[in-house]
Design a protein around this ligand. Structure first.
Ligand code: CMP
Length: 139
């Protein structure tokens, strides 16, 4: 089934000028970037986006990091896009990520792990709607 998932290229990757290299891995995997915008996230946006993690000990650090520099928010489209992008990203901790995955190639640590991808189709819809309207997405 053709799906859409939500992606963020995080500040550790934009800081090292890796947007194009990350996008190349995404496109080589057969996913299509159907919306993309470079933004500086506000604390409010980051806190809302990561609401589910607010009781975690790393929440403050996560919000600080996500607002520390530019991010690139994206909508990716393709066959089974949610699961496919999680495969392409690799494990959250780059030390455990498989060869060829974005996190194995580029991530610095479990916190500064270069990319985010939705964990379910339901969350993908919620996350996309936080940053894009239907008119922004050109499939
Ligand atoms: P992400 O997919 O963006 O969703 C939640 C994020 O929390 C996750 O990627 C990690 O970057 C971050 N995270 C998870 N575990 C830790 C941790 N132990 N310390 C710092 N950040 C973490």
């Amino acid at each position: 089934m053709t799906e859409r998932t939500f992606s963020i290229i995080k500040p550790d990757a934009t800081e090292r000028n890796l947007t194009g290299k990350v996008n190349a891995v995404i496109e080589d995997a057969g996913l299509r970037i159907v919306a993309q915008r470079r933004i500086r996230m506000t604390r409010q946006q980051a806190e809302t986006f990561y609401e589910v993690h607010k009781e975690r000990p790393f929440f403050g650090e996560l919000v600080d990091f996500m607002t520390s520099g530019p991010v690139v928010v994206q909508v990716l489209e393709g066959e089974g896009a949610v699961a496919k992008y999680r495969e392409v990203m690799g494990a959250t901790n780059p030390a455990q990520a498989a060869d060829g995955t974005i996190r194995k190639l580029f991530a610095k640590s479990v916190g500064e792990n270069s990319v985010h991808g939705s964990d379910s189709l339901e969350n993908a819809k919620i996350e996309i709607a936080q940053f894009f309207t239907d008119a922004d997405i050109v499939g």
